[in-house]
Design a protein around this ligand. Structure first.
Ligand SMILES: Nc1ncnc2c1ncn2[C@@H]1O[C@H](COP(=O)(O)OP(=O)(O)O)[C@@H](O)[C@H]1O
Ligand SMILES: [Mg+2]
Length: 238
């Protein structure tokens, strides 16, 4: 009876499970937020969203992950490879993993995805990695994609945190700008030259309620057996 999950102690943020990273993000991502993670291929969108899934599970939250890149098995072993063990959570159904093939759905992708997300609205955290193909597929309609984000926002207002990853290069600014402004948190991932080396960086474009970290740039590495490790970079701010 003494045991309480962290959720019962009323967390107000979703943690990445990495204290250093959380502190760079103003303490964590506020619950009930629509969170956009943008970046090119290999920038770290999947790894960052996996960190957040893991952090959420550690705090007693229930999570659903829609993945366009993995099967349940490959997701579990990918997460294992960066020391984010989730098999037990999958078996206990505290983590539900749904592989989806958005590119096959063509113009119906946003509606189909919305239906699937709505079915999960009893969960605490919902991750979609990634929506890129829904937004860039032949026949994709901007209004439907925006409609999808608006519907996500409505679900968030009930206390669900939704994380969406997107490779935005292929999108028109007319589409990406309203999406960016709709989100409560916006994280951008880049691979940049830092002196002689290439480093991965996370730029905190915004996090609702954490204005002090706006614009902060964090360098990180993805290490086998460890996950995301914050590293010093010369241009780091904040
Ligand atoms: N187990 C691992 N060991 C080492 N590097 C990894 C591991 N898993 C992922 N990475 C690296 O992390 C980086 C980010 O990958 P990922 O998150 O899949 O990118 P994105 O989803 O943005 O395309 C890549 O450089 C990838 O090689
Ligand atoms: Mg990915």
């Amino acid at each position: 009876m003494q045991e309480t999950t962290s959720k019962e102690t009323q967390r107000t943020v979703v943690s990445s499970g990495n204290p250093e990273l959380d502190s760079r993000m103003g303490g964590g991502l506020p619950i009930g937020s629509l969170i956009l993670i943008e970046g090119a291929s290999g920038a770290g969108k999947s790894v960052l969203s996996q960190q957040i899934v893991w952090g959420a599970l550690q705090d007693g939250f229930r999570a659903t992950l829609f993945t366009t890149e993995n099967t349940v098995k490959s997701l579990v072993s990918q997460m294992d490879s960066i020391d984010l063990a989730v098999l037990d959570f999958v078996l206990l159904r505290r983590l539900r993993v749904y592989p989806i093939e958005l590119s096959q759905l063509g113009e119906t992708a946003p509606t189909a995805l919305m239906k699937a997300v709505k079915n999960e609205r009893e969960q605490d955290v919902i991750i979609i990695d990634s929506v890129t193909s829904a937004a860039t597929t032949q026949g994709a309609v901007d209004a439907q994609i925006l409609g999808f984000f608006e519907e996500c926002k409505r679900i968030c207002s009930k206390g669900v945190s939704i994380i969406v990853t997107l490779h935005s290069d292929a999108l028109d600014l007319d589409l990406i700008n309203p999406i960016r402004s709709m989100c409560d948190a916006h994280l951008k991932l880049f691979t940049e030259q830092d002196g002689q080396r290439l480093v991965k960086t996370l730029q905190v474009a915004k996090i609702r309620g954490a204005a002090s970290v706006t614009g902060a740039i964090v360098g990180f590495e993805v290490e086998p057996g460890w996950g995301m490790r914050v590293i010093p970079i010369s241009k780091a701010r904040g």
